[in-house]
Design a protein around this ligand. Sequence first.
Ligand code: MSP
Length: 519
Amino acid sequence: MADGSSFYVTTPIFYVNDVPHIGHAYTEVATDVLARWHRQAGDDTWMLTGTDEHGQKILRTATANGVTPQEWADRLVSSAWLPLLQTVNIANDDFIRTTEPRHEENVQRFLQKLYDDGHIYTGEYEGHYCVGCEEYKQDADLVPGTGEYAGQEVCAIHSKPVELLQEKNYFFRMSAFTQRLLTLYEERPDFVQPESARNEVVSFVRQGLDDLSISRSTFDWGVKVPWDDSHVVYVWFDALLNYITAVGYGVDEEEFARRWPAHHIVGKDILRFHAVIWPAMLMAAGLDVPRGVFGHGWLLVGGEKMSKSKLTGIMPEHITDTFGSDAFRYYFLSAISFGSDGSFSWEDLSARYHAELANGFGNLASRIITMIERYCDGSVPSVAVLTDADAAISALEKTVTDASWQAINRCAIHEAIAAVWELVNALNGYLTTEQPWMLAKNPENRARLETVLAVAYHGLGTLAVLLSPILPTAAAKLWSALGAAGLVQEQRIDRAYQWSVGTRVAQLAGLFPRIEAVE
Ligand code: MSP
């Protein structure tokens, strides 16, 4: 990539029954970093996020709060879900709500096409439904309840009892796509990532797929089935379609051709919907399947998936109010290898903030800028004779630029950050060995002093470019302190080491101030 090709990336759309916690913000931030990185590499990038507003879960919450589901959704979107994007600094290109006409009308269009083409039939279903998951559960998905639910079978994800439902529904002949899906996983081994997620999906589909119940008639909060308005579309069938209704499916062929197919970033709990049901739906409609589905891990608290319903939810602003949005983004994406679960603790966050952001990077930046101000009157110095140590820094700038971009192309965000951090550490080591403050004491060392500061200055600019998808606020501040032209997010990240140096530095306020006490 990085040749102007299309990079369309999506987050899951979030249920509006409750406010966001840091698990939701994690999905947003990871997707945003991928989007910002690709955008800065010159790809034709589009990032979509949004909200999932239909279904029983939202209906029940709204009813319990004495408002209509639409009022409830409007309230939560404006008071919680849109503000989340500011809280963690998301640069999304679009935000879709499943109650918007652009979505609802094209869900109906899609469904009608499947119906006309014989992929849908009427049937009867009885099963255990988890409203938390909005999904019928197999016996294997249930576990014995504990506490108030002891003696009952509960959903393994929500730890709450399931409900026995029996309904006459419309069904999607998903079973007919079992073999085509297996061929897809075989031919495109990176369709589902990481490897562990792929294995889980493949062994699930190998057992053979059932048909999928795609309508409900016991409540009416959803998109009406176009040929039978006594039914509404099953909320997952409706929700998955957001990925195409948002980019012109059914109405704007040009836009659709430009964007689709997408890369989907999802939590591992909703992998099957994206890697099994969704491609089967697309195959039935004769559309391209996604470019890939990446299932990330969970943020754990006390060893369990953090969730509001289990009262372990931590709000993103609890972290950003103290540490800032850059630190939030950096911490979760560097400390957890993307694809694995990770535990959150305030101690770990605070320790990494101080060691890596405040001391490692922030201090490095302010030391270099301050020395150029002090020893060169703020004029950006130029290099004279290069030593091996100087050349090693320049070589590393190129190495980490390439390595981080390659890691991003594999969605290995933590590896990309680790590669960039090699340069942070190398520059710190370089200053320790070259000791420009000692060189400054003797005018005979003038040429060497300027070379050292010029090399350090150049490395710092490369860092600003490479870190701008992760630390957009700090990178922008650093970029103006470097006196570089334009905006840092406009610099080509796949050629970060080729940035054009400025002529004068400007004062740099502390990028990551020390934080004394964290509760
Ligand atoms: N509405 C569906 C998705 C429909 S996509 C067509 C949904 N919504 S959700 O609000 O429950 O979850 C949205 C995302 O947040 C999922 O990717 C989920 O994995 C993620 N997370 C929720 N809790 C999480 C953690 N504790 N840790 C990490 N991610 C978590 O599912």
